[in-house]
Design a protein around this ligand. Structure first.
Ligand code: ADP
Ligand code: TRP
Length: 324
């Protein structure tokens, strides 16, 4: 049974792009019974940027509620908060001491962020070693990640190999699974949907708010109602096509091309499609928001399972390093 582990950033409530592009495919992989899956909310990583305790806490909750609402089965996947397993920070320290400063300096993610962010702290710099600890602590065989995380996986293998070279087989060298078929979900402005672009659709908002976002933020041309319209000229159709059946999206394209059918009609259909596609997820999400104790209980159960594995690995590491 292969152990699959991945971490998700806790930067607030995930949007439609995150859900279609990352969460739903990951849930499918995680719920496969032949896999031993671990999924954690990387709230220690968040501390490099979020210094507001309320927001830090709330973000983790929103992320956990989203994954659960999107079908992650806590009986099949160990879901936990990174900060609930303190063994991770201990291992990160050991790894930091076995990894050359000069190599950490080569991390793309740090260089990118150091240019953009105001708060460039030491945690941000040693982030790859915390990520290596996240992975090595659980003897993960496979780590599903986006392309941008590839270098972090290489650093993880590098530091693990350095320790293995000195002490024998202390760590399993993990392999990445790169999400190649990730669909790119357009935002309301037609560019990649992203928090930083302010072009997101939040499927957990009220019907009224989603309607407003669709009506106000999705740009359409002002072709008269009776004229023929190019379906692909607006994000309304592109988003509709991602959600609706082939039949239904074909019908919308025909209507737009035929004329007598306006963008207002298409926007109304898009709203209905979002509410219909995500009705179960919306219901579950509302349930979790109203029952935060249930989410907490799931996370605590996950943390206990994770700690059990973590303690075993850390014992092994401590013995090898000379702390016995
Ligand atoms: P954001 O760009 O909103 O900050 P993140 O970078 O936190 O989103 O991405 C979290 C996950 O969601 C990543 O796996 C990323 O590949 C995926 N993702 C983000 N935006 C999109 C999108 N527009 N289409 C498809 N996947 C996306
Ligand atoms: N750095 C990852 C990201 O930005 C999140 C992450 C943290 C992670 N620790 C991990 C992913 C361990 C996989 C495994 O998306």
């Amino acid at each position: 049974m292969a152990r699959i582990l991945t971490g998700v950033q806790s930067t607030g409530r995930p949007h439609l792009g995150n859900i279609l592009g990352a969460i739903l495919p990951a849930v499918e992989l995680a719920n496969k019974v032949e896999n031993d899956s671990f999924l954690f909310i990387a709230d220690l990583h968040s501390l490099t940027q979020i210094k507001d305790s309320k927001i830090l806490n709330e973000n983790s909750f929103q992320v956990a509620a989203t994954w659960l609402a999107c079908g992650l089965n806590p009986d099949l996947t160990t879901i936990y908060r990174q900060s609930d397993v303190p063994q991770c920070t201990e291992l990160a320290w050991y790894l930091n001491c076995y990894y050359p400063y000069q190599r950490l300096k080569l991390a793309h993610s740090f260089k990118d962020k150091a240019d953009r962010l105001e708060d460039v702290n030491a945690g941000l710099f040693s982030y790859p070693m915390l990520m290596a600890a996240d992975i090595l602590l659980y003897d993960a065989d496979f780590v599903p990640v986006g392309k941008d995380q590839l270098q972090h996986l290489e650093m993880t293998r590098d530091v693990a190999a350095r320790i293995n070279h000195k002490y024998g087989d202390v760590f399993i060298l993990p392999k990445e699974i790169i999400e190649k078929n990730n669909q790119l979900i357009p935002g309301t402005d037609g560019e990649k949907m992203s928090k930083s672009r302010n072009n997101t659709i939040d499927i957990f908002e009220s019907e009224k708010t989603i309607k407003n976002i669709i009506n106000k933020n999705i740009i359409t041309d002002n072709t008269p109602l009776e004229d023929s319209k190019d379906p692909n000229s607006s994000t309304v159709y592109r988003l509709f096509k991602l959600l609706a059946s082939k039949d239904r999206s074909g019908k919308m394209a025909d209507n737009l091309l035929a004329g007598g059918y306006g963008w207002g009609h298409a926007k109304k259909e898009l709203l209905e499609e979002i509410l219909y596609t995500f009705s179960e997820q919306r219901e579950k999400f509302t349930h979790y928001i109203n029952h935060p104790d249930e989410v907490e209980e799931i996370l605590q159960k996950g943390a206990l399972k994770a700690q059990k594995v973590a303690k075993k690995t850390l014992d092994r590491v401590r013995k090898n390093l000379g702390y016995n």
